[in-house]
Design a protein around this ligand. Structure first.
Ligand code: SF4
Ligand code: SF4
Length: 451
């Protein structure tokens, strides 16, 4: 018998251990004596029923060859799925923004590229670029069956003055049956409600960031004159919800607002009465953008704190938590199979970002930085295959340290941008580790308390 390497054991209590399969998300509570037999490979002393269960749940294989073949088959299958991942696109209609948030990373870069192109013409050129990328994909893999998604972002895309441009993007997307979502600060959203009502089936959702109750938010997400944006944004979120527009509300969490999350939870519950059209989530900031790293909370400490706050205030359950191993752990508690990965995100698959200066990027954090550009689409359409391949090769099958890592099917090499403020060139060929062992243990034990 061979025990898989991709396994985690967590001390649950004096007598029991949680055993987790890090490939498929199977999780079981076992007695300590069985645990001791397992880790000492004394499988002949384990009850047959337990062994059969371990084989079925793929903690164990009968021999090395079977284990190896299973991994090889699995890797080939994921590779195929990731290669064929439906292309997704981000378009940046403009880099202008009406806010001056303290952590905005876009201020870091000098955005270069073509100038003085009429915005509507630029949309045509962007969609022409998208059509070309899709054609290359379809020539390779056949017709795309899934929905193609376009994310509109900026700067702030929903500036009042961008209305015509955004309407034109919707028109082009609808013509092609694409779905749109938007990352916005929500300040000028009221000018867009009619448009969104007109294109209801094209718009999926709008993501808006709110960093706390008014006193907190207004210190962080401010206008250029220093004034806060909370009241205006909340008014617009209400308007959107009244019009059945789904709002994904992101809360960037760091040391300066973590303690105030219950107040925000109370406010949201009171104002929106758990509306289905409002889906808030917490994101523990990994990088402080222009405001530096001093307020970043260690993820384990942040997770523990958030669980403590939730224990005291049930309204905190309004927030979905986007912690690193969250998808993996959700699959355990929701009893659904985990989809293992070789790559971390869309940047290493078929995601392309087309900005308003004819630059093409793969990664959100690379936007506006020439070092991260992988091509242009005007006046000449030119993609740098080598750079695109560098992203595609950001796989746990390629990066040496990841090949042997037991967390690889959860991590997929990590996000190289997590520490991008430290180096102007992201190391996309190197691993970007997260302490999955510690995080999985912390979240599992916290969630088990509630069972
Ligand atoms: S590499 Fe990191 S920042 Fe870039 S798109 Fe992927 S997750 Fe986002
Ligand atoms: S980046 Fe680090 S944690 Fe992630 S798979 Fe590679 S070695 Fe493992």
């Amino acid at each position: 018998m061979i025990l898989i390497k991709e396994i985690e054991f967590i001390d649950y209590n004096e007598n029991e251990v949680i055993m987790i399969n890090l490939i498929n998300g199977a999780a079981d509570i076992i007695e300590k004596n069985i645990y001791n037999l397992i880790i000492n490979s004394q499988f002949d002393k384990i009850d047959k029923q337990v062994l059969d269960c371990m084989l079925e749940r793929k903690y164990l294989f009968t021999d090395e060859k079977e284990y190896h073949n299973f991994l090889e088959k699995l890797d080939n299958k994921i590779e195929e799925l990731e290669k064929r991942a439906t292309p997704s696109f981000l378009v940046v209609p403009s880099y202008a923004c009406n806010l001056h948030c303290i952590y905005c990373y876009e201020q870091t870069y000098m955005i270069k590229g073509t100038k003085d192109i009429d915005p509507l013409k630029m949309v045509d050129i962007q969609f022409d670029g998208i059509d070309k990328i899709i054609k290359i994909y379809e020539d390779k893999y056949g017709n795309i069956k899934d929905d193609i998604r376009i994310t509109i972002m900026g700067g702030e895309p929903l500036l009042k003055c961008n209305l015509k441009t955004i309407e034109y993007i919707f028109k082009q997307a609808k013509k092609r049956n694409y779905i749109i979502d938007i990352v916005s600060n929500g300040v000028d959203l009221n000018y867009y409600v009619d448009l969104f009502n007109k294109y209801k089936s094209t718009l999926d959702h709008i993501q808006i960031t709110v960093d706390g109750v008014k006193e907190i938010h207004d210190k962080r997400r401010i206008f250029h004159n220093g004034q806060g944006s909370f009241d205006l944004i909340m008014k617009n979120i209400k308007l959107a919800i009244e019009n059945n527009i789904l709002i994904i509300l992101r809360v960037n969490v760091d040391d300066t607002n973590i303690d105030e999350l219950p107040a925000l939870a109370n406010f949201l519950v009171k104002e929106f009465n758990n509306s289905e059209m409002l889906k808030p989530y917490l994101y523990l900031l990994q990088d402080g953008g222009c405001s530096g790293e001093q307020n970043i909370v260690n993820e384990k400490i942040g997770i523990e704190k958030i669980f403590q706050l939730e224990e005291k205030n049930p309204n905190m359950t309004i927030f979905r938590k986007k912690f690193h191993p969250e998808n993996f752990i959700e699959s355990i508690f929701n009893d659904v199979p985990y989809q293992p990965v070789l790559r971390h995100c869309g940047a290493a698959k078929n995601q392309f970002i087309l900005d308003c200066k004819s630059n093409v990027y793969k990664c959100w954090h690379g936007i506006g930085n020439n070092n991260y550009r992988v091509g242009t689409f005007y006046p000449k359409y030119e993609l740098d295959d080598e750079k695109i391949n560098d992203w595609f090769n950001r796989s746990v099958k390629i990066i040496n340290k990841c090949k042997e890592c037991k967390y690889r099917y959860i991590c997929g090499t990590g996000c190289p941008a997590a520490k991008h403020m430290d180096n102007d060139n992201m190391d996309i060929k190197g691993p970007s580790c997260v302490n999955y062992g510690e995080l999985i243990k912390t979240i599992m034990l916290e969630k088990m308390k509630k069972l």
